[in-house]
Design a protein around this ligand. Structure first.
Ligand SMILES: [Zn+2]
Length: 793
């Protein structure tokens, strides 16, 4: 008995020590509320980026399950960060797990040895990357990152402990740190006013706004580059959970599978993976009492632009939770709910259930859906660890399989010419390796003044064999897309979620050929080529870029293109009220002699660019009452009159894409947009690459090939009035069959032979209309010269 008694006493003592130490432990790991001053999800409360960083730093200090690090700076210089979360034992062995995963990603490293691969699969952990906040107005996402981290750091239940044992979680609190503060500052400024919950009158990323999630194959922005270089390529996650929000009035949450079409280079194992995991999460959430959940609706998987992982062995699990008004609750009536592509929001179906009945919708609802879904995903990743690793290995094995079946595509030959280094850097960043063919003569790439690309290569072309881990990525951006002809029950084409083409070689004017027979290249070790920014191409004349208070991404892309690729500091934004008040006139004596001569010493700018934006938005801006007064109104009639004077005095106005319609309407130009009023069933080109023919005698097309491209998306095509004095610089081929290069085009005959780029002289100046986007998402290098020449001439 005595023995037993002392045994129980010891047990009690142990329990006491455990309790005390657990209490001490619990005290030291801060809850998000302890650092932020509120619990994420509380109404009307947003955290600043500094607060988020502060929270994760304190968590790192207090918890042995969390490692937090800065991996670079954002566009505006904010810390770009992520946390690695796992069991302490795993965190002590991260290098080992990295190595295991690298071998499974590239089976060539273990000579595809089955026995070895099985050992690695037994030992490895599922790598899960969770990315939040790429769209900064989807505020529940970055806030949920702190709630997910908190639970992973503090929970003691068996399920969470198992997740920590079986997975390594890489958590990015925001893929766009700058936007966290842009949104918070605007929200706090308007809090308690009638504008509470509105979106800010500026892009939430300095250059690209919402298009930051269209950059996962061109890698133009530093945030994309950091994520790819320092997270994706280091860890090769099997699962990427990308947490978003959608509109307030549709389903409460979307999860995969995606709507067709799936881009043909996405491996079948990944389609199977996101289908299995998305359905599992949807059913798990339903079982936990969540309603309004849909799968297989609205979002397609037709692009590498949103899905780096689909070409790198990992599934992308997009979740889209219904929004409130930033952090302000909304009340949605059942009758105001709106159905989406693939489901009826009022009717239960196989891919939508149970029906959400409407009512109040708070930020807390959003964070509850998001965090529950994230833990559901983690449970699947943990319970099926070996299955995920086996699937990952299978993708790698198929990718490196020798291509020797007859008729099989072996790879691509890329001609080394001017823009080649930019494309090669993109392939290199995505982990694609290349080789040089033997026996070709050395090539020197011409130094373009807007790219520092002067480089000598040992041959005239490079070879990209497909038999390598990320060959599918290369194939997706080097081949032409054939977007399927999907029609609804009325015979109208179903719009793609985004666009239909992503052939970078066409956009960049780099010649590519398919190789259909096995070929042994001299593989070379990848090395990035210096394509840094060169000296400014233009000097003296200042260019204005029109910036509406209704933010448009094309404006940001225009700035990015001019800043990074040529014109450096020689431009600035012009806003509505400056045009209305005729502030285009020089305030101090100009320094440029060209400017003085051409414009009679009067104007501040030589050229003003109007990025792609609807004619109505440019003319009228935000309506009175929709936003604080200083942001309402567009150019208006006064502004139009001032722009006319500007042109007549010798200025140049350049209109891009839809903005051309503003010019046609307001300046009575002798051209007509032939696409206006055409129903979708007759004419539909929703983001495709078209062929154009250039008049190379025009200074705007000087030095270019006679054939070029146009990025056509909601674009006009011009018919020029007979005997009108209009110079046609680019037009579409007269044979409609030759118009489409990549993507989808219905009714191309409507624009056959029509003009795509025109110049009209007015007084001493001119108006230039682009019927396409010459600087499309920073990718269409092929047509950058047209834009630069339009500005310079
Ligand atoms: Zn989003």
């Amino acid at each position: 008995m005595t023995k037993n008694k002392s045994f129980f006493a010891t047990l009690r003592l142990c329990a006491l020590i455990l309790f005390v130490s657990f209490a001490a432990f619990a005290q030291t790991v801060p809850a998000p509320k302890d650092v932020l001053g509120f619990t994420p999800g509380d109404n009307r409360k947003l955290a600043s980026w500094k607060q988020v960083i502060d929270y994760f730093q304190k968590l790192d200090t207090a918890s042995d399950r969390v490692q937090f690090q800065e991996i670079g700076k954002s566009t505006l210089g904010n810390p770009f960060v992520y946390a690695t979360i796992s069991a302490p034992e795993n965190l002590r062995n991260l290098e080992k797990y990295k190595q295991i995963n690298a071998k499974l990603a590239d089976p060539r490293l273990i000579k595809s040895n089955e026995k070895l691969s099985q050992d690695l699969i037994k030992q490895g952990k599922t790598i899960v990357l969770i990315t939040c906040g790429i769209h900064s107005n989807e505020v529940g996402s970055y806030l949920s990152s702190t709630l997910i981290a908190d639970k992973l750091a503090t929970a003691t239940d068996a399920e969470t402990l198992k997740i920590l044992d079986n997975t390594i979680i890489l958590l990015v609190p925001s893929l766009n740190p700058d936007g966290v503060d842009i949104i918070k500052n605007w929200y706090d400024k308007t809090l308690g006013t009638k504008f509470e919950g509105t979106e800010p009158p500026e892009l939430y990323h300095k250059y690209v706004g919402h298009d930051d999630n269209r950059d996962w194959y061109a890698f133009t922005q530093v945030e994309t580059q950091l994520t790819v270089d320092k997270i994706h390529n280091v860890w090769h996650p099997q699962i990427v959970h990308d947490i978003h929000q959608q509109g307030a009035n549709g389903s409460r949450m979307f999860l995969p599978p995606y709507l067709p079409p799936v881009e043909p280079n996405v491996p079948k194992e990944l389609i199977e993976g996101f289908t299995e995991l998305g359905n599992y999460m949807a059913n798990d959430l339903r079982g936990k009492g969540f309603s309004g959940i849909t799968t297989a609706s609205t979002y397609d998987a037709w692009t590498p632009a949103r899905a780096y992982s689909h070409y790198h062995g990992g599934v992308r699990i997009l979740s889209e939770t219904a929004s409130a008004r930033l952090a302000t609750p909304v009340n949605i009536k059942f009758e105001d709910l709106r159905s989406g592509l693939g489901y009826d929001v009022r009717k239960e179906s196989a891919n939508f259930s149970p029906v959400w009945k409407g009512g109040e919708w708070h930020l807390r609802d959003i964070t509850n859906y998001m965090t529950t879904a994230a833990f559901s995903l983690l449970k699947h990743a943990s319970d099926n660890r070996e299955r995920w690793l086996s699937r990952f290995y299978a993708v790698g094995k198929e990718a490196v399989r020798p291509r020797n079946k007859s008729g099989e595509l072996y790879g691509f030959r890329i001609k080394i010419d001017d823009n080649f280094p930019i494309l090669l850097n993109i392939l290199d960043r995505a982990g694609v390796q290349h080789g040089f063919p033997k026996g070709e003569k050395e090539t020197k790439v011409k130094d373009l003044s807007y790219f520092d690309t002067k480089t000598t290569y040992p041959s005239e072309s490079v070879i990209i064999p497909l038999e390598q881990p990320y060959g599918a990525f290369a194939k997706a951006i080097l081949e032409k897309q054939v977007y399927p002809n999907l029609l609804d029950e009325k015979g109208n084409p179903i719009p793609p979620y985004d666009v239909t083409a992503h052939t970078l070689s066409l956009l960049m004017n780099v010649k590519v050929e398919e190789i259909k027979a096995p070929f042994k290249p001299n593989w070379i070790k990848n090395s990035r080529i210096n394509t840094g920014i060169s000296d400014c191409m233009l000097g003296g004349d200042k260019t204005g870029i029109y910036k509406s208070h209704i933010p448009v991404m094309d404006e940001g892309w225009t700035r990015w293109t001019l800043e990074k690729k040529g014109i450096c500091e020689e431009f600035e934004n012009v806003i509505d009220k400056e045009i209305r008040a005729n502030n285009l006139e020089q305030k101090k004596p100009p320094t440029s002699s060209i400017l003085q001569k051409d414009l009679g010493k009067k104007y501040l700018y030589k050229t003003i660019i109007f990025p792609d934006q609807s004619a109505n938005q440019i003319l009228n801006g935000f309506a009175k009452g929709a936003m604080p007064d200083e942001y309402t109104g567009g150019i208006g009639a006064d502004g139009v009159a001032n722009l006319k004077k500007f042109v007549e005095a010798g200025g140049t106005l350049v209109f891009l894409n839809r903005a051309s319609n503003f010019a046609i309407e307001q300046f009575d130009l002798p051209v007509k947009d032939v696409t206006q009023g055409l129903p979708r069933k007759d004419f539909f080109i929703p983001g495709s690459i078209l062929r154009t023919e250039l008049d190379t005698t025009s200074p705007i097309a000087k030095g270019m090939d006679a054939q070029s491209i146009a990025w056509f998306e909601n674009s006009p095509a011009f018919e020029v009035a007979a005997d009108a004095k209009v110079e046609i610089i680019a037009k579409y081929p007269t044979d409609a069959k030759n118009i489409l290069l990549s993507g989808y085009a219905l009714g191309a005959e409507r624009i056959a032979g029509k003009a795509a780029l025109v110049e009209i002289n007015i007084g001493k100046g001119k108006i230039i209309l682009f019927g396409f986007r010459p600087q499309y998402r920073g990718q269409s290098l092929a047509t950058f010269p047209l834009l630069f020449n339009a500005i310079a001439n």
